[in-house]
Design a protein around this ligand. Structure first.
Ligand code: G1P
Length: 319
């Protein structure tokens, strides 16, 4: 019998790579804000123009060089698995017709990255969802992308965050200044200056504070590059706001230890988390599309002009 070959025991074994390769996408939420659309369809699969919202997120991870994506899903999320898989019958039918454009559209999601799925089991919060990724991620830094925040494909936020992680180690969060009356919707960061343009040191974090208690107007938006040290903290912290294991609470511990940086983002971000924002996202991205934009925008202008006319007709005093 030969002895097992333990490469890791060799003194010449290379140090573990610190480069981020894996992305985690929590997608276990119930999507109650979009009922009844989300009764049988995961909210992540709602179309933004003609792609499900979650495809934009996976495309963003892939564009930043992350070739391994772990979805943390729950019950009723089969559609997500199917979307990032091959669809042989559909592909065969399109291939037989010679419809290469649609064939590519069907094949693209499965080609973006190596996509894995695990289930959260119990809806115990975002921190718990991230903890579910522990075994898959191992002892490596990793990115977390939340599906309600879409970052415009022309932006390079995630790549900038990965560069900051390369330079400083530790954890990196994306921050965006929001009006004070909106800070209660987000994790909020207390910050101090850093030597680099567009980067701050994060000295504290609090989940969804009231306007009075907020240490700043810097909101954490849904992009993180996390040090694996976060897992040990998530495992032991008690439930926080809303009775859930909060990622922000774990990051607060890391921030207190001085290992969290923030990349300040002032670019194009779309919030698909509520109905009005979702509609705005669809309209904006449709207007930007070369194949749809010009015609759609022309219609939109006419529609708005007519709608304003209608309002004036109905409310003559308002005109
Ligand atoms: C989550 C986080 C919060 C963060 C937000 C960004 O909240 O808990 O800290 O600011 O995402 O979108 P949620 O919007 O899931 O309630």
């Amino acid at each position: 019998m030969t002895a097992p070959h333990h490469t890791s025991a060799s003194p010449a074994a290379p140090a573990p790579a610190r480069t981020v390769r894996k992305a985690v996408v929590p997608a276990a939420g119930l999507g109650t804000r979009f009922l009844p659309a989300t009764k049988a369809t995961p909210k992540e699969m709602l179309p933004v123009v003609d792609k499900p919202a979650i495809q934009y997120v996976v495309e963003e991870a892939a564009a930043a060089g992350l070739d391994d994506v772990l979805m943390i899903t729950g019950r009723h999320k089969r559609a997500i698995e199917d979307h990032f898989d091959h669809a042989f019958e559909l592909e065969q039918a399109l291939a037989a017709k010679g419809d290469t454009v649609r064939l590519d559209a069907v094949r693209d999601p499965a080609r973006l990255a190596n996509i894995h799925h695990i289930r959260q089991g119990e809806p115990l919060g975002l921190g718990h969802a991230v903890l579910c990724a522990r075994r898959h991620v191992g002892d490596q830094p990793f990115a977390v992308l939340l599906g309600d925040d879409l970052i415009d494909p022309r932006e390079t936020l995630l790549s900038r965050m990965l560069q900051v992680r390369d330079r400083h180690d530790g954890t990196v969060v994306a921050l965006m200044e929001v009006p004070p009356e909106q800070i209660h919707l987000y994790g909020c960061a207390a910050v101090a200056p850093a030597a680099e343009e567009g980067v701050v040191r994060v000295t504290g974090l609090v989940e969804k504070p009231s306007r009075q208690d907020a240490p700043s107007t810097y909101a954490v938006i849904g992009r993180y590059v996390l040090d694996p040290a976060v897992f040990g903290i998530l495992e032991r912290i008690p439930p926080g706001r809303g009775g859930e294991i909060q990622l922000t609470d774990a990051l607060q511990e890391l921030a207190a230890g001085g290992t969290v940086h923030g990349v300040v983002f002032d670019g194009l971000r779309y919030d698909t988390g509520d109905k009005a924002d979702y509609l705005r996202t669809v309209v904006r991205l449709a207007c930007d599309r070369p194949d749809l934009g010009p015609e759609f925008l022309a219609w939109l202008k006419e529609f708005v002009a007519t709608a304003e006319g209608d309002t004036a007709d109905r409310h003559p005093l308002a005109a």
